[in-house]
Each structure stands twice: as C-alpha cells, then as structure tokens.
Design a protein around this ligand. Structure first.
Ligand code: ADP
Length: 370
C-alpha cells in the first residue's frame, strides 16, 4: 500500500518538476524575446509605478529595474510634456520625447492601457528617422525660399510689361495673361510650402492666448463672403453659429489660417448658390469648430488621404479655384500643434463636413455679462 502511495507522490513530484522546468524555460524564452526587441517596454501599475521593463527600455529611458522597480515613472522621467501625456489619458497618438540624457536622441513613446488599469509603455528610438525628416523639411524650405526671389522678379516684369501701353502686341496678350496666372499659382504653392515647413519644424508649443472666437469667426465669415463673390456671380449663403460663451486657448493667427482654409475649401468645392454652415460649439465636453457645405462631396476612399501634401481628388477643379493641394496639410499640422483632431465626413454629391475637435483643456469660458 505504501509503495503505491510513494509511487503516486513521486509521480506527482516529477510532474511538478517538469511543469516548473517548462514554465521556467517559457519565461526565459519570453525574457529573451522581449530583450531582443528593438523597442523598449515598460509595464506600469495602476498608479504609474514601474513594475517591469526590458533592457532596451532601461537604456533608452535611463531606467534601472533593480533600483527603480516600484518607483513612480514620473520621478524618473520628469519631462513636463511626458507627464501631461501620461495624465491626459488620451493615448491614441504616440508622443515624441527628446531624451534628456542625450540631446541627439528622439524617442517615440506610446502608452497602451491593458488588464486592470495597467499600462504598457512602448518606446522607440526615432533619432535616425527624425534626422531624415529634418533633412526633408530643410530641403523643401530651402528650395522654396530660393525659388521665391526669381519668381518674384519674373512676376514683376510680366506685370510691368502687361501694364505698359503698347509693350505687348495684341496677339500676344493672351499668352502674357497665361504666364502671369501661372506665376501667381507658383507663388502660391511656394508660399504654402514655406508656411507648411515653418509649422512642421516649429516644435515649440504655440502661443496660448485666449481667442475671442466670436470675433475671429465673424471675420473668417466676412473673408469667406468676399471669396464667394470673387469666385461666382451668385453668392453662397454663409451661416455662422457661435457659442458666444465659449472661447479657445491657442495661437490666434495659426488657428485663423486653419479655419479660413477649411471655409475657403467649402466655398471652392460648393457650386453656385450652395450653403456653408460654420459653427463653434461644444460636442460633449470638447469644443468643436466645424464647416459643413452642400458641395460636391468626396468619395469615401479619398477621405483618409486628403490631408497628404498635394493630394487632390480632382486636380483640375483644385487648380481652377486657385488650390495648391497643401491647404489641408497646413490645417492638420496647425491642429496637431493644438492637440486637436481633424474629422472629415462627406457624401458624394451631398456635401462635406470638416471638424476640428479640440481638447477640453483648451476651453476658456467667457463670463456671462452682468
Ligand atoms: P486644394 O488646394 O487642392 O483645395 P486642400 O489640401 O485644401 O487642397 O484639399 C485637398 C483636396 O481635398 C482638394 O483638392 C479637394 O479634392 C478635397 N476637398 C477639400 N475640401 C473639400 C470640400 N469642402 N468639399 C469637397 N472636396 C474637398
């Protein structure tokens, strides 16, 4: 009887040992795999303390698991933007962090919530990619800058010649008008490229002024009326609906340019007699600027690509109405700088709505008049 008992015990012990060895080797393989990952991984507890991290995370973020385990991550990464990102709770977009240990190093950080309030912090070394990106931006900025002067000279002479009585023979006037039109177009593209590269390369936080949205949007509406009359004989109907108690914290000139771009697109892509609805109001707890038009609309397949540089659904229409294909890229970058998102919904032949959704932290409430 005892023999049976001991045999069963021995069997049990062996199974246990085998399970233990399998578990150990699985854990070791897991550790080896995570260590081999080029990206760094950190597991944060519900109260943002470091529970575990990989050697690459130690290297990239300057952590040391042995001494830093159970310490709050904000004690070790004290960068204010990182702390804001961590507590903001909106982790859809990754976040770029300049390494404070090595000024050359740029990290991309992404937080992924999992299980019960735990967070996975993923960090990736973006230094090389960022260098290429800076080179691209500088190249575009330099080329645009270099092209601006000769183009201004050519445009100036063309204008002078056209204005000079008898300088251009009657049968050539048509060609001169075309040349002038094309120089203006090139100038517009260059100006937009310069604006885009200035905004893109400006990593500073934009000025934070309280913007009086009612007066800003009123003037955007007035500009829009001017543009609408210029383009068509029949004006568009441009409605404005503003929550007067709601103001916004941001860089006024940048945001004016973004809003004007969206409104001017609505006019340019809406046939004569159409309607444009500009609105500024709360959606839930987020302030939203939106422009709805009853224009030509956009097929669904184009929508995700609209904010790419030079992406146009219909090149000839864009060109006819003075488009450069850069407007929405500029809008997108201005919004990113304000932690806002561009939302586009559209139906072909029915119309489009472009909305800029701002974070609630940017709301400034206007006190009610006494
Ligand atoms: P563009 O200078 O060509 O207007 P944008 O970057 O401003 O460049 O817009 C990109 C493309 O998105 C446009 O060429 C057009 O096809 C489309 N688009 C933008 N706004 C609208 C709108 N309100 N209605 C229809 N299409 C639009």
């Amino acid at each position: 009887m005892w023999e049976d008992v001991f045999n069963a015990l021995l069997q049990y012990e062996r199974n246990n040992q085998r399970n233990q060895t399998q578990l150990n080797s699985a854990l070791e393989r897991f550790n080896l795999a995570t260590s081999a990952m080029p990206d760094g991984l950190v597991i944060l507890s519900a109260s943002n303390e470091i529970e575990w991290c990989t050697p690459n995370a130690e290297r990239q973020l300057g952590l040391n698991l042995t001494t830093d385990k159970s310490l709050p991550i904000v004690n070790l990464i004290r960068e204010s933007h990182f702390i804001a990102y961590l507590y903001n709770g909106e982790y859809d977009e990754p976040f770029k962090l300049k390494s404070w240990r090595n000024a050359e190093m740029i990290l991309e950080i992404k937080l992924v919530p999992f299980a019960n309030n735990l967070k996975l912090l993923l960090c990736r070394d973006m230094t090389q990619l960022e260098k290429v990106e800076v080179m691209r931006r500088d190249f575009i900025a330099n080329v645009s800058h270099e092209l601006r002067t000769p183009l201004t000279v050519v445009g100036g002479f063309l204008e002078t010649l056209t204005d000079m009585e008898g300088a251009v023979p009657e049968n050539l006037k048509h060609y001169f008008a075309m040349m002038e039109e094309q120089t203006i177009r090139m100038r517009r593209i260059i100006e937009d490229l310069l604006t885009l590269s200035t905004i893109e390369s400006n990593s500073e936080i934009p000025d934070n002024n309280v913007i009086d949205m009612h007066s800003l949007l009123k003037s955007v509406q007035n500009d829009a009326l001017g543009l609408s009359q210029g383009l068509n004989k029949t004006k568009h109907k441009i409605h404005l609906n503003v929550d007067a108690a709601l103001n916004l914290n941001g860089a006024q000139e940048e945001l004016r340019s973004a809003f004007s771009n969206l409104v001017s697109n609505a006019i340019r892509y809406t046939p004569n007699g159409g309607e444009i609805f500009i609105s500024w109001a709360l959606r839930g707890d987020q302030p939203v600027f939106s422009v709805r038009d009853t224009g030509i609309g956009i097929e669904q397949k184009h929508i995700d690509r609209l904010a790419e540089r030079f992406y146009r659904v219909d090149r000839s229409r864009s060109r006819e109405t003075g488009g450069t294909g850069l407007g929405l890229s500029i809008v997108k970058h201005i919004l990113i700088r304000h932690q806002a998102k561009l939302e586009i919904s559209s139906e072909l032949g029915v119309g489009s709505t472009f909305s800029a959704v701002f974070p609630k932290a940017r709301i400034v409430r206007k006190p009610a008049p006494l």
